[in-house]
Design a protein around this ligand. Sequence first.
Ligand code: FES
Length: 111
Amino acid sequence: QSTTTPVRADGFQVVGTVADLDKNGQLLNDNTAGKVLAIKDPSNNTKVIAVNPTCTHKGCVVEWKQDQNAFVCPCHGSKFASDGKVTNGPADQPLATYITKVEGNEVLVKG
Ligand code: FES
C-alpha cells in the first residue's frame, strides 16, 4: 500500500518509483485524485504511459496485458490500446489518460 503524495505546484503527483515499474511492469496507484495505472510505453521503453484504469463500460478495473499489447477489462472483455483507445467493445469511450514524466527514480502524472 503506497502512501498518498501531495499534488505539486506544477500539477504533477508522484505515483511510484521507476524501480517498482521496472520490477512489476506496472504501477497501480489508488491514492491519487483518480486511480492511476502506469506502464512502460511498449513502443518506447524510456517513456511511461498512464491511464485511469476504470473501464468506461461499467467501471471495472482494467489490467495491462503485455502479450496482447492492450488494457483488458476482466468484466465484459473490452480492450483498449496503450493510448487508451477502444479496440474491442462493449466499451465505446477511451480510457482517460494522464501526462507523465520521470524525475530521477520517481514516476509522476498530471491529470
Ligand atoms: Fe469493462 Fe464491462 S466493465 S467491459
